[in-house]
Design a protein around this ligand. Structure first.
Ligand SMILES: Nc1ncnc2c1ncn2[C@@H]1O[C@H](COP(=O)(O)OP(=O)(O)OP(=O)(O)O)[C@@H](O)[C@H]1O
Ligand SMILES: [Mg+2]
Length: 356
């Protein structure tokens, strides 16, 4: 059972509004692809287009090498869990989950077994006889997921399926979904706003902005080698720090005769180019005041989590964040000293926004 999905030159317009632009993407059979991007960038529209609930304005969709453009949703062998999920209000949780199999007239024992398995995975076993109105939002969301799992389709499309769960349950479900995928090996396209979910679940992440694919790659490819400033700022939490400057012979000039150290790989950059210097919070470390590479940071706020500290402050007038697993003892209003790991810093062209 192969389920490779190919999207070729997909455009989607509502009247004059262009929601998806020239989407080209091949999702391999069994691949777990996560779609991320800001609210309104077209993630749900792309999922609904793959499912056949929206028709693309132009372009082709193939699943398993078959052209799907005119195939109705029910014949695409896809299960979709919607951002706003609708359950059958008059049916119990168990029947909601097993309904697609009832329609297909599968034997009772098979339906019961599949529902039981799905309920176990989703921690719903104790709720099987309830009706949707007797459930919390997060429980309903899990029933919607159970309904999709029970069908065992070729392709799963998930639109923020864990958004209504508390942090702990979310962590638990994330592990279950990953295990489920390892067992079943279905093709999955998954939308989320959660950084950890995107990074840990995805074989590849697709970053979308204003309906345009910005970059496709493994989580670490996007983290370590973002194609542009948008991807660099979107992937990673806490986000990358950006400081505007210019290239110069000695480093990156950020005003008032201040130079940030030059990464050797930028040495051949022409001087005077307008750039944006990017450095992730974990690539700035606490330093002793007398270290040769120490820079002063005026601390404005410290956020301790127990595991780590996020220190906010200004570096030569630029707002930045520093992430450390050390306990700095720093307080708002103080000046501390920090070192920048220039080998991990990045440069972006100010005009094209592309990484240099
Ligand atoms: N039927 C419609 N008519 C006109 N515009 C629409 C329609 N449906 C969606 N849009 C617009 O298309 C854009 C993409 O919507 P979509 O729901 O795909 O975004 P999204 O990335 O899923 O956002 P979110 O993260 O908030 O769920 C939005 O700007 C939205 O307003
Ligand atoms: Mg959406």
């Amino acid at each position: 059972m192969m389920a490779e999905i190919t999207l070729e030159q997909i455009d989607k317009r509502y009247g004059n509004v262009e929601v998806l632009r020239d989407i080209n993407l091949t999702i391999q059979d069994g691949e777990f692809v996560v779609l991320v991007g800001p609210s309104g960038c077209g993630k749900s529209t792309l999922l609904r287009t793959i499912a056949g609930l929206e028709l693309a304005s132009s372009g082709d969709i193939h699943i398993d090498n078959k052209l799907m453009n005119d195939v109705p949703p029910k014949d695409r062998d896809i299960s979709m869990v919607f951002q706003s999920y609708a359950l059958y209000p008059h049916l119990t949780v168990a029947r909601n989950m097993g309904f697609s199999l009832e329609i297909k007239k599968r034997p009772r024992a098979e339906i019961d077994e599949k529902v039981r398995r799905a309920a176990e995975i989703l921690s719903l076993s104790h709720l099987l006889e309830r009706r949707p109105k007797e459930l919390s939002g997060g429980q309903r969301q899990r029933v919607a997921m159970g309904r999709a799992i029970v069908r065992q389709p070729k392709v799963f499309l998930f639109d923020e399926p864990l958004s209504n769960l508390d942090a702990q349950l979310r962590g638990h479900m994330r592990v279950e979904i990953k295990k489920l995928h390892q067992q079943m090996n279905n093709t999955i396209v998954y939308v989320t706003h959660d950084q950890v979910e995107a990074m840990t679940l995805a074989d590849r992440i697709v970053v979308l902005n204003h309906g345009v694919i910005q970059q496709v790659g493994t989580p670490l490819e996007l983290y370590d080698t973002p194609a542009n400033k948008f991807v660099a700022s979107f992937i990673g939490s806490p986000p990358m720090n950006f400081i505007e400057g210019q290239t110069s012979g000695e480093g990156i000039s950020i005003g008032d005769n201040i130079q940030l150290p030059l990464n050797p790989q930028w040495a051949e950059q022409a001087s005077g180019r307008e750039v944006i210097y990017g450095i992730r919070p974990e690539n700035i470390s606490l330093a002793s005041p007398d270290a040769a590479d120490a820079h002063p940071l005026q601390v404005s706020l410290v956020e301790p989590t127990g595991l780590s500290e996020l220190i906010h402050g200004t570096l030569y007038g630029h707002d930045i964040m520093l992430f450390t697993t050390r306990r700095s003892g720093a307080r708002a209003g103080e000046t501390i000293f920090v070192a920048l790991d220039n080998r991990r810093a990045m440069l972006f062209d100010s005009i094209s926004q592309k990484r240099v």
